[in-house]
Ligand binder design. Structure first.
Ligand SMILES: [Fe+2]
Ligand SMILES: [Fe+2]
Ligand SMILES: [Fe+2]
Ligand SMILES: [Fe+2]
Length: 422
C-alpha cells in the first residue's frame, strides 16, 4: 500500500495555507513569502537539501497554530505581546507526526530571540524568525526595490539581538540581488518555490497523508469549540460505511481522508458564522455555502487526490439535484460522495453542540429516512447505516471523544476555547 499513491506534500501544504489566508487580506501571501525567504537563506548558508526542505515547509506552516484570525494577524506585529502561544500550538499540532516532527520543532521557536542564547532553538527557527520579520516589513503597495535599504537596516539593527548574526549575514548577501525581492513579491512565488525543490523528496504515501489529513482536520475544526470534533466523526462514519460496502483497505483509507478534509473550505468562512450558537440566517447560510467550493479549489491543484477531492467536495450535493454548489445529481455523484453526504448529515445531527443536544437514534433515523425517501440521500447507504447503527455510532463516538481529548490538551491555557460538551 505504501507505494500506491504519492502526494506532493509541498503543494498540499501551500494550497492549504492559501485557503487559510483567504480569510484576511492582511494574511495573503504571508506563509508563501516566509517559506520562500527562509528557503533562500538556508540555501545561501549552504544547509543540506533535507534542512532546506524542512525550513521551507516550516515557513509555509509557521503561523498555523494561530487558530483565530486575530491571533495570526497579531503575530504580524514586529514585537507582538505574546507571540509564543501560536508557535507552541503549531508545535503541538505537528509534533507527534513523523513526517512533521522536525518541522514542529522549527515552528515552536520561530519567535525566540537569538540574544537569549537558548541552545535548544534550532537554526531553522532563527531562519524562519528573520524571514518572518522581513516578510512583514514589506509594504505591499510600495515598489519593492525602493524598500530594500530600509528593510536591510531594520534587520541589521537586530543582529545579535533578535536575530542570529550568521542568518543576518546570509540575508544581506541575498538582499543584494533584485531577483530575490522580485521572487518574494511575485505572483509566481509558488512556481518559484516548486522549481527550487526536488518534488521526489516531497512526496508522501497514503498512510502519511492520513496523518497530515488528521492534523489539517484539527486546524479546520479547532477554530470553533462548537465543531471541534466534527470532521473526525464524519471520517469514522464514512470509513465504517465504506468497510460495510466492501471497499478495499486503500479505499477505506481514502474515504477516511475525505472525511477528515471534507470541510477544509470552512477555513475561508468567518469565525463569527462558525461560532454562531443557533440556526443561521439566510445571509449567513449563503456565506457558508461557499465552503465546499473552497474545499474543491484547495484540493484541485493536487491531481493525485482527484478522487478524494470529488468525495470531499460533493458532500452537500444531493441525488435529486437540490444540493450545492455544483447542483450535481444521480449518476454524477460517485459512491464516495454519497457516503460522505450520509456521514455528514448523520454526524451533524447526532453530535452534541453546546446549544443543543445530539438527536436520539429514533430522531436521527427519522431524518435520514425522510432524506432517502425524498431521494436526497442514497437509499442503500442509509439502509446500511440503519442496519448497523450501533456499530457505526460507536465508531463515530469513539473518534469524536479522542479528538475532544486532543482539543482539551491543546487549549488547556485558552479559557475562551473551553469545550463544554462530549
Ligand atoms: Fe509567528
Ligand atoms: Fe508569521
Ligand atoms: Fe460541509
Ligand atoms: Fe461537515
Amino acid at each position: 500500500m505504501q507505494k500506491e499513491i504519492d502526494v506532493p506534500i509541498f503543494d498540499l501544504v501551500i494550497s492549504f495555507t492559501n485557503t487559510l489566508d483567504l480569510i484576511s487580506p492582511l494574511l495573503v501571501n504571508h506563509h508563501k513569502q516566509v517559506s520562500y525567504i527562509a528557503y533562500e537563506i538556508s540555501a545561501e548558508m549552504g544547509l543540506s537539501f533535507e534542512e532546506q526542505k524542512n525550513i521551507m515547509l516550516a515557513g509555509a506552516l509557521h503561523d498555523i497554530g494561530g487558530i483565530t484570525v486575530q491571533e495570526r494577524i497579531g503575530a504580524l506585529q514586529f514585537e507582538a505581546e505574546n507571540p509564543h502561544l501560536h508557535a507552541e500550538t503549531g508545535y503541538s499540532l505537528f509534533k507527534a507526526s513523523e513526517p512533521f516532527a522536525v518541522i514542529a520543532g522549527i515552528i515552536r521557536y520561530h519567535h525566540n530571540w537569538w540574544e537569549k542564547g537558548e541552545d535548544f532553538v534550532p537554526l531553522g527557527s532563527h531562519i524562519v524568525h528573520l524571514a518572518d520579520r522581513v516578510a512583514i516589513s514589506i509594504e505591499k503597495e510600495k515598489d519593492i526595490l525602493s524598500q530594500v535599504d530600509d528593510i536591510v537596516s531594520i534587520i541589521e539593527k537586530q543582529s545579535g539581538r533578535m536575530f542570529m548574526p550568521s542568518v543576518v549575514h546570509a540575508f544581506k548577501e541575498l538582499a543584494r540581488k533584485e531577483v530575490f525581492w522580485f521572487n518574494a513579491t511575485s505572483q509566481f512565488i509558488v512556481q518559484v518555490l516548486k522549481e527550487k525543490v526536488n518534488p521526489e523528496y516531497l512526496k508522501m504515501d497514503m498512510e502519511g497523508l492520513s496523518i497530515i489529513a488528521k492534523i489539517f482536520s484539527q486546524i479546520i475544526d479547532f477554530r470553533s469549540p462548537f465543531t471541534a470534533n466534527h470532521s473526525s466523526g464524519v471520517a469514522a462514519t464514512s470509513e465504517a460505511l465504506a468497510r460495510l460496502l466492501c471497499f478495499s483497505t486503500r479505499e477505506q483509507l481514502m474515504i477516511k481522508i475525505a472525511g477528515l478534509l471534507h470541510d477544509v473550505g470552512k477555513l475561508a468562512i468567518p469565525q463569527e458564522i462558525l461560532e454562531k450558537a443557533g440556526p443561521l440566517t439566510k445571509e449567513e447560510f449563503c456565506r457558508i455555502k461557499v465552503h465546499t467550493y473552497y474545499t474543491y479549489r484547495t484540493l484541485a491543484p493536487i491531481t493525485e487526490l482527484s478522487d478524494i477531492n470529488r468525495w470531499c467536495s460533493f458532500h452537500h450535493e444531493r441525488l435529486d439535484g437540490t444540493g450545492y454548489p455544483f447542483r450535481l445529481k444521480g449518476d454524477e455523484l460517485p459512491l464516495g460522495s454519497r457516503i460522505l453526504a450520509v456521514a455528514d448529515v448523520f454526524t451533524a445531527i447526532t453530535e452534541e453542540r453546546p446549544y443543543r443536544r445530539g438527536m436520539t437514534q429514533s430522531e436521527a433515523l427519522a431524518v435520514l429516512n425522510n432524506m432517502s425517501k425524498g431521494n436526497a440521500l442514497d437509499k442503500r447507504i442509509v439502509e446500511l447505516l440503519i442496519e448497523n447503527y450501533g456499530e457505526i455510532n460507536l465508531a463515530r463516538l469513539q473518534a469524536q471523544k479522542e479528538v475532544c481529548e486532543d482539543y482539551r490538551t491543546l487549549f488547556a491555557e485558552h479559557k475562551d476555547k473551553e469545550i463544554t460538551f462530549c
